[in-house]
Write a protein that binds this ligand. Structure first.
Ligand SMILES: [Zn+2]
Length: 340
């Protein structure tokens, strides 16, 4: 409930302001603070509902608008990109068709005002930068062609449509050229992995950021913008890509227990000891002859161990002495005696 004073006819609520009350007030540019008596001819008219409460005018004056155009021209390198950036900033409909209408009709400084006045033609009534975004999205999802592509002055570029899966992967809203650049980066990084490698969700997300950053850095370098921050982020991402995921892979796929590894090695390159050091205390022989041997023999297995056991056993087996039978010829007996 509004607070009311003791005199009931007044209220703390502001009195509703009507246009006629405002007419005598000055209009202030929200960028340079310059005061104007009238909005018309001093502020650019706007189709955007955002500025409806401001009488349908942008809150910055024409002079500031022209300064901004000059600024963006020097930053972005060309007038078309600069105008598009201003449209983006102030929710003005951007269309290369309108830009083409400018021709050589306007002087350099007033070209942005010329552009804005053309967006207020009946044909474009009610259109804002939202419509630009919708139109750009539609054109490159449907046909792979876009206004923004030609806006960058690159009509000669590859016009094959961008695959929908590619757009889903990188997200909506990029010009086709950007999708191609991103895909090229992704293909490069994936070529460094063994064929058929499938990245984990985490690695995939990092790779996506790496590709984006690489392209951003290239663009910034070309435009002489600072790149230190992006380069640092890129290095961090590359670190995460090399260290963390590969540790994960070691644990999952390449982990071989120590003994198994030695076994594999011994199969291919067995250690051949110097004969002097081969079974110095005979333990190896004893185990084979007196442990494995009897074990195999009692299990009824005939192999080198059981043979070894029998051979060894023979050494210690006492043979029942053989006495010559009476049947043996006497002369042989004599011979024996004669030998002795
Ligand atoms: Zn101003």
């Amino acid at each position: 409930m509004p607070k009311t004073s003791k005199i009931h006819s007044t209220s703390s609520r502001p009195k509703e302001v009507t246009r006629s009350d405002n007419e005598n007030l000055v209009y202030v540019c929200c960028r340079c603070s310059k005061h104007y008596k009238r909005q018309k001819n001093n502020f650019p008219a706007s189709q955007s509902p955002i500025y409806k409460g401001n009488g349908g005018y942008l809150p910055i004056c024409n002079e500031c608008l022209e300064e901004l155009l000059t600024h963006y021209k020097s930053v972005l390198g060309n007038e078309k990109a600069a105008m598009k950036r201003i449209c983006m900033k102030f929710d003005i409909y951007w269309n290369t068709e309108i830009y083409a209408m400018l021709g050589n009709e306007y002087t350099n400084a007033s070209r942005i005002r010329g552009y804005i006045s053309k967006t207020n033609l009946i044909k474009y009534v009610g259109k804002t930068y939202d419509d630009t975004l919708d139109e750009e999205k539609l054109t490159f999802v449907d046909s792979g062609l876009t206004d923004s592509e030609s806006a960058e002055g690159s009509n000669e570029k590859d016009k094959t449509p961008i695959d929908e899966s590619v757009i889903r992967y990188w997200g909506l809203g990029y010009p086709p050229e950007m999708y191609r650049a991103l895909e090229a980066r992704r293909a490069y990084w994936m070529s460094l992995y063994p064929e058929g490698t499938v990245l984990s969700t985490g690695e995939d997300a990092i790779l996506r950021q790496i590709c984006n950053l690489e392209i951003k850095i290239n663009k910034d370098m070309a435009a002489d913008n600072p790149i230190e921050k992006s380069v640092n982020s890129l290095n961090n991402l590359l670190g995460s890509m090399n260290i963390k995921p590969s540790q994960q892979r070691d644990l999952d796929d390449n982990y071989i227990p120590f003994g198994v590894e030695i076994g594999k090695f011994e199969d291919d390159y067995p250690i051949e000891p110097d004969p002097d050091f081969e079974d110095v205390d005979g333990i190896h022989h004893n185990i084979m002859a007196w442990f494995l041997g009897p074990l195999c023999k009692t299990s009824g297995i005939k192999n080198m161990y059981s043979d070894l056991f029998e051979e060894e056993l023979k050494k210690y087996t006492v043979q029942r002495p053989k006495y010559e039978d009476d049947e043996v010829a006497e002369d042989s007996d004599d011979e024996t005696a004669g030998d002795l």
